[in-house]
Design a protein around this ligand. Structure first.
Ligand code: HEC
Length: 166
């Protein structure tokens, strides 16, 4: 036994590893689409998967339905976010106009006296309030109402149901 003997063994092992790596690399390239060689090759057979459509169904409930099923008490709790600026007492304006009987009221129609002038004209129907409360700044650019909105449909429906109950 001499150095040469070990060198040969080492060389043998290293050589085998190298060949293994090359084979693996070639196999990867050949068998896995996207790795280069197999690009554009279609599967030899496709497995048909039954599509019952359940997973893709996006449930979109009309707002009127959400409103009909709305929870006034939950709306009252959510109103806490509005109460920083709004009261629900007739004539009692805060940073924002009173929201007493706001549903059905003319937009910008209270005696608030500090409207930005950027609210549209019309009436606060539940649908209009819904559109406003998703994102006040998108609905009425330049509005002085500094509130980011309720992204959740049910939150808006509940608050509007609460406002309707006043
Ligand atoms: C940071 C204060 C603030 C918060 C919070 C706030 N508002 Fe307002 N709101 C205002 C101001 C100010 C106006 C007047 C907007 C204008 O003139 O552009 C306003 C206007 C309104 C109007 C129109 C009233 C009218 O007479 O036309 C409605 C409706 C309203 N807010 C509902 C709400 C609701 C509901 C919430 C809670 C989800 C809320 N606001 C949260 C400040 C606020």
């Amino acid at each position: 036994m001499n150095t040469m003997f070990f060198t040969k063994i080492l060389g043998g092992v290293a050589g085998s590893l190298l060949i293994l790596l090359l084979v693996k690399w070639a196999a990867d390239a050949y068998y896995f689409p996207g790795s280069g060689h197999g690009d554009g090759v279609e599967a030899a057979y496709a497995i048909a998967v039954e599509d019952d459509g359940v997973a893709e169904e996006v449930v979109e409930v009309p707002f009127a339905e959400l409103l009909a099923a709305a929870d006034v008490n939950a709306g009252q709790r959510k109103f806490g976010k509005c109460a920083a600026c709004h009261t629900i007492e007739a004539g009692a304006n805060g940073i924002g106009p009173t929201l007493f009987e706001v549903v059905g009221r003319e937009i910008g129609g209270s005696d608030f006296g500090n409207y930005s002038g950027n609210l549209p004209s019309g009436t606060w129907t539940p649908e209009e309030l819904n559109a406003f409360l998703i994102n006040p700044k998108t609905y009425a650019p330049g509005t002085s109402m500094n509130f980011s909105g309720f992204a959740k449909d049910t939150d808006r429906a509940n608050v509007i149901a609460y406002l309707s109950s006043l």
